[in-house]
Design a protein around this ligand. Structure first.
Ligand code: BES
Ligand code: ZN
Length: 466
């Protein structure tokens, strides 16, 4: 957490218009690593306005920003307009993906069966309305279907041994018209078919208990029938977007050719307003773009907002896949801000995919030590947009608070749970860390040494989050 004494001293100096000296603000810390907030750190952070961050979150989190929907498109427009209003050239990069819409209605009716049946859906399952007699098809292997007549019937299949998709395709190839798959352990079954397949027939899932009750009903009623009804399920091509604003190096002659990407995802999961996941990271990215607009720098900084992260990091994968080898080589760091403002989450973590330190974690620990008196805890995590950068060999890390808040991916992920203190802490750390690398090297004779200095090993702490 922020060291209040440091924050107040700095705020007071800035308010009074005092030119900050280079080495007096930070307090000694136990690790023995001492460095003060210098003029560059102060330049990087002084324009950050946390109320602007908060207001962006308020605007973005009015409704869930599900990838490919109008609400996500409105977020794209908002981001483009904001970046442009700060004076940036903005690229809106569209991309397509195959997406699945969950059914609006799913029913399983078995006349004469006593007891409740609560059918579930399989992701990528198709819509349909099938009334037919029921047949026990074991685990749904080709051998199971050889021994029975499934033609035109609804096959009742047990979970296990091979995929749900294979069971459904085996049933379809044996001529079945529909499928019920029941669990092989207690409880409900929530499954995915992994992707669309033209051979699929309508299918629903049942818990182990309800599956066994259905089989019992069938054994006493050889002519038992059922109706499967799935409405509104759809697999189709959707479009989402990435939005990228570029801050070019101030002086072409001193351009290092290096690029730093500060990124975050703009989309949320269905039903969640996503104030923290991830209007927070998106809003901090916007404000960093505004606050850093006129900083003299010799390194390109890109402010990126990715779409369709929640569907499998689709936007960031697309962004990285479109980069040439030369472009990939130019990118020296990816700072990924995802869930950076929850009042109910734990402390800030800077997490690389492999848990190892890299340029991003090092710059971050150096900046946080200067700002707060202690280095941000390092961690290990995949599950967000830094992964495609890491896979391309680019030093990358995720900024997130750990442990997560209980509202993660729920309708309760709302503005009232957002902490301005947490937002400001992350924004300042990232601004100072990025500017440490992006500022001109030749403004201070000590620069060369400064760039090489890093947090000593004993200041590293590690935490694995997921
Ligand atoms: N904001 C989360 C990332 C996250 C959550 C990272 C918890 C680490 C711990 C992100 O938006 C998310 O929900 N990611 C998905 C995975 C993604 C590949 C769809 C997840 O973690 O389930
Ligand atoms: Zn997220």
């Amino acid at each position: 957490m922020k060291n209040k004494a440091i924050a107040l001293t700095l705020a007071a100096m800035l308010a009074a218009g005092v030119a900050a000296p280079t080495a007096v603000i930070a307090q000694p810390i136990e690790s023995g690593y001492q460095e003060a907030l210098d003029q560059f750190d102060q330049k990087a952070i002084r324009k950050i306005d946390v109320d602007r961050i908060y207001n962006h979150i308020a605007t973005l989190s009015e409704a869930p920003r599900v990838a490919g929907t109008d609400v996500e498109n409105r977020a794209v427009d908002y981001l483009r307009d904001e970046f442009e209003s700060y004076g940036y050239d903005v690229e809106v990069q569209p991309f397509t993906y195959v997406g699945y819409t969950e059914p609006t209605r799913i029913e399983l009716a078995v006349p004469g069966h006593e007891g409740e049946l609560n059918p579930g859906n399989f992701t990528y399952g198709i819509s349909g309305d099938v009334t037919a007699s029921l047949v026990d098809a074991g685990i749904g292997s080709p051998a199971d279907f050889e021994g029975i007549d499934a033609e035109g019937k609804i096959a009742v299949i047990q979970r296990g041994e091979f995929s749900f998709a294979e069971k459904i395709v085996n049933a379809a190839e044996a001529g079945a018209a529909g499928v019920v798959i029941y669990n092989n352990s207690p409880g409900a079954l929530n499954g995915t078919l992994g992707g669309h397949d033209d051979r699929f027939i309508p299918a629903v899932s049942l818990s182990q208990e309800q599956g066994q009750s259905l089989l019992q009903h069938m054994s006493g009623n050889p002519d038992a029938e059922a109706r499967i009804l799935v409405e509104g399920a759809e697999t189709g091509e959707h479009t989402s977007h990435n939005v990228i604003a570029t801050k070019h190096p101030t002086n072409k002659k001193k351009d290092t050719g290096e690029v730093i990407v500060i990124g975050s995802h703009m989309d949320s999961v269905p039903g969640a307003p996503g104030a923290n996941d991830n209007a927070s990271g998106t809003a901090v990215t916007l404000e960093l773009a505004r606050a850093m607009k006129n900083l003299p720098s010799d390194t390109e900084i890109r402010f990126a907002s990715f779409g369709a992260e929640e569907l499998g990091l689709i936007g960031s994968h697309h962004y990285v896949s479109e980069l040439s080898e030369t472009e990939k080589d130019r990118i020296i760091a990816n700072f990924n801000l995802d869930m950076v403002g929850s009042r109910d989450a734990g402390d800030l973590i800077v997490a690389s995919v492999d848990g190892e330190p890299n340029l991003v974690t090092e710059l971050t620990q150096k900046a946080s030590t200067k700002l707060n008196g202690e280095p941000t805890t390092r961690g290990r995590s995949g599950s967000s947009d830094h992964v495609p950068f890491h896979q391309a060999g680019i030093p990358a890390a995720l900024f997130i608070h750990s442990p997560l808040e209980p509202w993660y991916h729920t309708p309760e992920d709302t503005l009232d749970k957002i902490s301005k203190e947490k937002l400001l802490d992350v924004a300042e750390i990232v601004a100072a860390a990025v500017y440490d690398r992006a500022r001109f090297d030749n403004q201070n004779p000590k620069d060369k040494k400064r760039k090489e200095s890093s947090v000593p090993k004993e200041a590293y702490f590690e935490q694995s989050i997921r």
